[in-house]
Design a protein around this ligand. Structure first.
Ligand code: PEP
Ligand code: MG
Length: 876
């Protein structure tokens, strides 16, 4: 088995084996770009390393030694040779990029002897000793596990002693002093001398990179991004090139298009006289890439040409790392760049227009889940803002929340339901859990490609970074902007699209779809075969859904109409009625109200189908809480001047509430069971639907009501209720003299209904999967309790891959759905079948619905664009 490949032996499509970085270094080498030579140790080697209990697989070290010899020969340099030392970088390179999560060691090969040679050979001792101290520091941290700050303290002390502000103001002698102190730290912390043998350094570094696959932050990152734990990382060993030899050197990162907006401009940053880590670590705030044009025009021209070439080669926006050593450009990495949803859309659409990709490819370039970012509210442009500072607009979107300076605290406050903004000088990969928990991120240092910026964009979190106006005082948990003091817990707002930081909360407005977004969705509509409807309970929601492209309403929950302030007392009267007359009286009051509701929704959806579900929830949801009532009664009893009539009324009410209480309300008196026991309620609702329909038809509107019966378990229930609905329809037709069309169907929400789908289909014109209940009843997981109580351990222990209430459980619930579709369509080939549970707007579930041949998915209005795109992706 071959564990090591030189760059010229690899290709871009070998990502699985060589990792993303290794495969792309190989590809760049083979298309003739200036890449420092090197080799890649495969992910297979890493997997075997773990299988063997963290031991290198047999034969790997020999292969590495062979490639080192080849590298020495190619470059005419040798490991450990003071007259021409070979220096290499050792970097991780996972199959799916995990920026900053794993480890890197630079300048490997330096020791007490080679550094002297390097100093003499380059005529630049300051630089040589700087490299050596960086190496000890990185190796010490990454390989030997010594905390970073121990080294930083020495560095700060030296700068203080010399009275200088920046690292690059220190001299060769300063660095020599620092090196001695660093070596002392190593001896003290590890009881061993800093290793001098470059081969030993190399194997230890490779070991550490393999090891870093299992470090805490990498594990957390993989969990958040759903990256499998068994992919392993490759290791890239590459000849060093130096961006820190002087002012004709530098290093930088660039995107071929703006990753925040998608605009087609070269976008990036560089630092002169610096090494790679300085840019990403956010230690110094770098300068925009176009300044390179002024400083090194030839290098800039060459770089621009390479960027265009790479973008055309990969047919996607590239994220490129480069180094300039004495005016010579070297490419260190290219990969498809991470981008915001807004940028993803614009880049995909413009690349179609530029003839680089097809519409089908464009559809696949946008992650539907990411669209959420664009369908969120943003700051009202007309609002008066109390802007206190401005940083870099690193990741768009706006957020408000209480200031916190610590990732752990951000996490715990957010678990208590508080909204927080994580504020820091910069973020490190160790802050990842706090970033997940926060509404947004604000840093005082670091550029657009700093850790905070890259990670926030990946998460779709608003982020403002490099906001140098804010001075953080960690000690006292506060920050200053001029003479303004903002304390821990104070509310601020940030706008990641403009970089503004504001005091207090700010007014937000509803989202709109950009022209590019509309275009992409239009392409999606041309491609997809699965319909997309929305769940909406009000005319306003229906209108919003229509604006977002919904092709009908897949679920109107009528109970929400019963909850309205002015109606609840009437609904309670209906429920608590002791005789039929009293109930009839309450229903008569509700009828015109319901008719008004349906009139509004049907009108807003003119020309499109509207599925209206008859009353579904357990009755206790409409009644006062028994505990609260009991407290109220005790209070009344204690009052000397209490009203006895009121007390009696409350006591009666409590008795009734108690008599209606159920042990398992979700499995209790709800759904069509209400219709069976209290047919007059369903009759009232049917009448309201048909009277609204008749009115609209008379007014010249074309409307298509679908009357839906929930929670059916048997065809006889449906037959009984269907007859009821039909007889009401006949009465309304007769009374109004208007003829109208409607259909009757049911929800599939319990396994029995799914199993008996063929029988039930005989009484239905349509089915709609209520996958919230179908998940609840199939798994036997209470939908209201699972999440808070046991879902997390199930996910952490990987018993379930995903929360089944969010991502459809294809294996179990999905099997019932497939059975339903097959059996129902056998008896009724043209049966309309949709889904209206929460899964209808979740991309992977939408794909499944396409695969099993549903006619449509229905989701909340804001997720309609997501579903349109996901449905097209399922087809492509
Ligand atoms: C469902 O059960 O999936 C459904 C849509 O109905 P509800 O969520 O109202 O129970
Ligand atoms: Mg339901």
């Amino acid at each position: 088995r071959k564990y090591v490949y030189t760059f010229s032996e690899g290709r871009a499509d070998m990502k699985g084996l060589l990792g993303g970085k290794g495969a792309n270094l190989a590809e760049m080498t083979n298309i003739g770009l200036p890449v420092p030579p090197g080799f890649t140790i495969t992910t297979e080697a890493c997997k075997e390393f773990y299988i063997a209990g963290r031991k290198f697989p047999a034969g790997m070290e020999e292969e590495v030694a062979e490639k080192v010899a080849w590298l020495e020969q190619t470059l005419g340099k040798k490991f450990g040779d003071p007259n021409g030392p070979l220096l290499v970088s050792v970097r991780s390179g996972a199959v799916i990029s995990m920026p900053g999560m794993m480890d890197t060691v630079l300048n490997l090969g330096l020791n007490d002897q080679t550094v002297i040679g390097l100093a003499a050979g380059s005529g630049n001792p300051r630089w040589a000793y700087d490299c050596y101290r960086r190496f000890i520091q990185m190796f010490g941290n990454v390989v030997l596990g010594i905390e970073h700050h121990k080294f930083e303290a020495v560095l700060e002390e030296q700068k203080y002693k010399r009275n200088v502000q920046y690292d690059n103001q220190l001299t060769a002698e300063d660095w020599q002093e620092v090196i001695e102190k660093y070596k002392f730290i190593v001896r003290k912390e590890t009881s061993q001398d800093f290793p001098q043998d470059p081969k030993e350094q190399l194997y230890k570094a490779i070991y550490a990179v393999f090891n870093s696959w299992e470090n805490d932050r990498a594990i957390v990152y993989r969990r958040i991004h759903k990256i499998p734990d068994d992919l392993g990382t490759a290791v890239n060993v590459q000849a060093m090139v130096f961006g820190n030899m002087g002012d004709d050197c530098g290093t930088g990162v660039a995107f071929t298009r703006n990753p925040s907006t998608g605009e087609k401009v070269l976008y990036g940053e560089f630092l002169t006289n610096a090494q790679g880590e300085d840019v990403v670590a956010g230690i110094r705030t770098p300068r925009p890439i176009d300044r390179l044009q002024e400083e090194m025009p030839d290098v800039y021209q060459q770089f621009v040409r390479i960027c265009t070439l790479l973008e055309n080669h990969y047919k996607d926006m590239q994220d490129i790392e480069f180094t300039i050593e004495r005016n010579k450009l070297w490419m260190l990495q290219t990969r498809n760049g991470k981008r915001t949803a807004q940028a993803a859309i614009r880049i995909a659409v413009e690349m179609v227009e530029e003839g680089i990709i097809t519409k089908e490819t464009a559809i696949t370039r946008v992650d539907p889940a990411q669209l959420d970012q664009l369908l969120h509210r943003r700051i009202d442009p007309n609002a008066k803002l109390n802007v206190i500072a401005k940083g870099l607009p690193a990741s768009p979107g706006s957020a408000s929340g209480a200031v916190v300076f610590n990732a752990d605290l951000a996490e715990s406050l957010s678990q208590q339901g508080k909204k927080v903004i994580l504020v820091g000088t910069e973020t490190t990969p160790d802050d990842i859990h706090g970033m997940v928990a926060a509404q947004g991120i604000l840093t005082s240092r670091g550029g657009m490609t700093s850790h905070a910026a890259v990670v926030a964009r990946g998460m779709g979190k608003p982020c403002v970074c490099g906001c140098e106006a804010i001075k953080i005082d960690y000690e006292n948990k506060q920050f200053f902007v001029g003479d303004i003091v903002v304390k821990d817990g104070d509310v601020i707002s940030i706008d990641g699209s403009t970089g503004q930081v504001m005091l207090g909360e700010v007014p937000m407005i509803e989202p709109e779809l950009s022209p590019e977004f509309q275009k992409l969705l239009q392409w999606a509509d041309e491609i997809r075969t699965l319909g997309v409807r929305a769940n909406a309970d009000t005319p306003e929601d229906a209108a919003k859904a229509r604006e977002f492209g919904a092709e009908g309403i897949g679920l109107t929950r009528t109970e929400h109409m019963f909850m309205a302030q002015d109606r609840l007392p009437i609904v309670q009267q209906m429920i608590l009625a002791t005789d039929p007359e009293e109930r009839a009286e309450a229903l008569a009051k509700l009828l015109p109200m319901q008719e008004g509701d349906f009139y509004g929704i049907l009108k807003a959806m003119e020309g499109l189908p509207v599925c209206i579900r008859l009353l579904d929830p357990p009755l206790h949801e409409f009644l006062p809480n028994a505990e609260e009532l009991a407290v109220e009664i005790s209070r009344l009893k204690l009052m000397t001047d209490g009203d006895p009539a009121e007390l009696k009324q409350k006591e009666d009410l409590l008795r009734k509430v108690r008599s209606l209480s159920e042990f398992n309300p979700m499995l209790g008196h709800r759904g069509c069971r209400l219709g069976i026991t209290w047919p007059e309620v369903y009759a009232m609702q049917a009448r309201a639907i048909f009277q609204a329909t008749a009115r609209l038809v008379k007014e010249g509107y074309q409307v298509e009501p679908e009357v839906e019966i929930p929670l059916v378990i048997d065809v006889k229930e449906l037959a009984y209720l269907r007859k009821l609905v039909e007889s009401v329809a006949e009465e309304v037709k007769e009374a109004t003299g208007v003829n109208f069309h409607y259909t009757v169907g049911t929800m599939i929400e319990v396994p029995r209904a799914a199993l008996l789908a063929d029988e039930i289909a005989t009484q239905a014109e349509f089915f709609s999967f209520g996958t919230n209940d179908l998940t609840q009843t199939t798994l036997g997981f209470s939908r209201d309790d699972a999440e808070g109580k046991f879902m997390q351990p199930y996910l952490e222990k990987k018993i379930l891959a995903d929360n089944p209430f969010i991502v459809l459980d294809r294996k179990g619930v999905g099997k019932l759905m497939q059975w339903t579709v097959e059996n129902a369509r056998r008896v009724k080939p043209d049966l309309l079948i949709g889904i209206c549970g929460e899964h209808g707007g979740e991309p992977s579930s939408v794909e499944f619905c396409h695969l099993i041949g549903l006619n449509y998915v229905s989701c909340s209005p804001y997720r309609v664009p997501i579903a349109r795109l996901a449905a097209a992706q399922a087809k492509v």
